[in-house]
Write a protein that binds this ligand. Structure first.
Ligand code: GDP
Length: 444
């Protein structure tokens, strides 16, 4: 995410840090470079202008120039102003406090990720113990209704039964009545999208809004389309008075323009972000954490939350029981790998650790961790159950068979087994020591 932007900020800041004292001219030079970096990332030029003015006013204050670490102070100001640009200090959680069923309307252009995001939102609400009903209100593309039904099946959330050709307002009203009768507390309305803004469509969305009075009207914006997304968001906002934005495809190589401009241009907060095609790839948007990520400072808080949400699943409990029963074997090791994979790509995770993104770039030629993980999994999958439970029986011919089966080499297999048996020895030692011994070891 925003790799290019992060890299360029890094270059500007490195220059700044390289000097001991800073003159006004040094700061002005750096800000000129920051301005270019932002424009190249497709940030709206008025937004850039205001941003630079705000940073300049604060950075040229005497306190900064006289401080012992002027470069750090400037970087801190940039971070704070970036966060403010994205809405720092505003509430960005969905407001669903109303008499159920609470309607939430998603709108946006075709291909922005509306239907996928409806599914992600439903899954996330269910994890928060709500009971959502998905409502397909795009009656122009029969495939759209089918797509939402498929999404609903994947996450086990009911999809209201609508037919192509029905009036979308009638569908939404019928869905509300159905939800009242059947105990659904949230309606997620998947509205129609077009390739371009179109007044007929807008009127239809207005009719849905006026009839259902959604608690949230969320514009779904594709981050990859940069300023176009910002302009379209503003058009939707003018007609519909949206309550917030969901920015999708932030996992791709978006340049950052949409994320950095949309709040300032529309005055509406980014509430959620899509971080992948999978239905659990939806995150709450935190402007301060995003600013840190953009500046390559990592995002440890999000990493911890992510780990917690995965660890809270039933899988974790099941795995713990398995570990207790079988000990640390290749099979439990594979389960652990799969759990880590659920948290997203290893590379994505590593980037949340401060400095790790940069460190990874420097390790050129190294196998990317995700591919390494896939290889390990393939090798373990090619083993029989017995072999997974006791790797000591893996003789030469077994190793050859496993290498063939997993499309790897015998060296790969040997290396994995060697590393695994070292890890196993260490686990055994740690178990013997118990929690007290472990603490002693950490202190030492
Ligand atoms: P709609 O036309 O607005 O309903 O868009 P869809 O939900 O059909 O999504 C269009 C495409 O974008 C699909 O291929 C989705 O898998 C993909 N997509 C949606 N959200 C994300 C995201 O956050 N990241 C990535 N990488 N792809 C996404």
């Amino acid at each position: 995410m925003f790799d290019n932007l992060t890299e360029k900020f890094d270059t500007v800041f490195k220059k700044l840090r390289g000097r001991g004292r800073l003159s006004e001219e040094n700061i002005k030079d750096a800000l000129r470079e920051v301005r270019l970096v932002l424009l190249e990332a497709d940030v709206n030029f008025r937004v850039v202008k205001d941003f630079i003015a705000a940073v300049r006013d604060r950075a040229l204050g005497q306190d900064v120039l006289k401080s012992l670490t002027p470069a750090q102070q400037v970087i801190k100001i940039v971070r704070e102003e970036l966060a403010r640009l994205m809405g720092e200090g505003e509430a960005n959680a969905l407001d669903l406090a109303a008499r159920p069923p609470v309607p939430v309307m998603l709108c946006g252009l075709q291909g922005a990720g509306k239907t996928t995001t409806c599914g992600k939102l439903a899954l996330s609400l269910r994890r928060q113990k709500r009971n959502p009903l998905l409502v397909p209100a795009d009656i122009y593309r029969p495939a759209a209704i089918e797509q939402l039904k498929t999404v609903g099946r994947q996450i086990n959330v009911e999809v209201f039964d609508s037919q192509p050709g029905q009036d979308p307002v009638k569908i939404c009203e019928a869905a509300r009545a159905y939800a009242e009768l059947n105990g659904f507390d949230t309606l997620i309305l998947d509205t129609a999208g077009r390739l371009h803004i179109d007044s007929e469509l807008m009127q239809e969305l207005v009719r849905i809004r006026d009839s259902l009075e959604p608690r949230e009207i969320l514009f779904v914006a594709d981050a990859m389309t940069g300023q176009d997304a910002v302009n379209v968001a503003e058009s939707f906002n003018q007609v519909l008075d949206i309550s917030g934005v969901i920015l999708t495809k932030l996992d791709g190589d978006a340049r950052g323009g949409a994320a950095l401009s949309i709040r300032a241009v529309t005055g509406k907060p980014i509430k959620l972000v899509g971080m992948g095609e999978k239905l659990d790839a939806l995150e709450v948007f935190h402007p301060d954490r995003m600013a840190q990520r953009i500046l390559g400072m990592g995002d440890v808080l999000s990493l911890i939350e992510k780990a917690q949400s995965v660890v809270e699943t039933e899988d974790a409990a099941r795995m713990e029981a398995q570990l207790r029963k079988d000990g640390f074997t290749l099979e439990t090791f594979r389960d652990q790998l799969q759990m880590i994979k659920k948290m997203g790509s290893m590379e994505g995770l590593l980037k949340m650790i401060p400095g790790a993104g940069k460190a990874m770039k420097q390790m050129k030629g190294m196998q990317p961790p995700d591919q390494e993980m896939k290889k390990i999994e393939a090798i373990i999958n090619s083993m029989t159950r017995r072999e997974r439970h006791d790797h000591r029986i893996l003789n030469g011919s077994r190793r050859q068979r496993i290498a063939r089966g997993s499309g790897t080499t015998v060296q790969d297999v040997n290396q994995l087994i060697k590393r695994f048996s070292e890890a196993q020895k260490m686990m055994k030692k740690m178990q013997k020591m118990g929690p007290k011994g472990l603490k002693g070891m950490m202190r030492g």
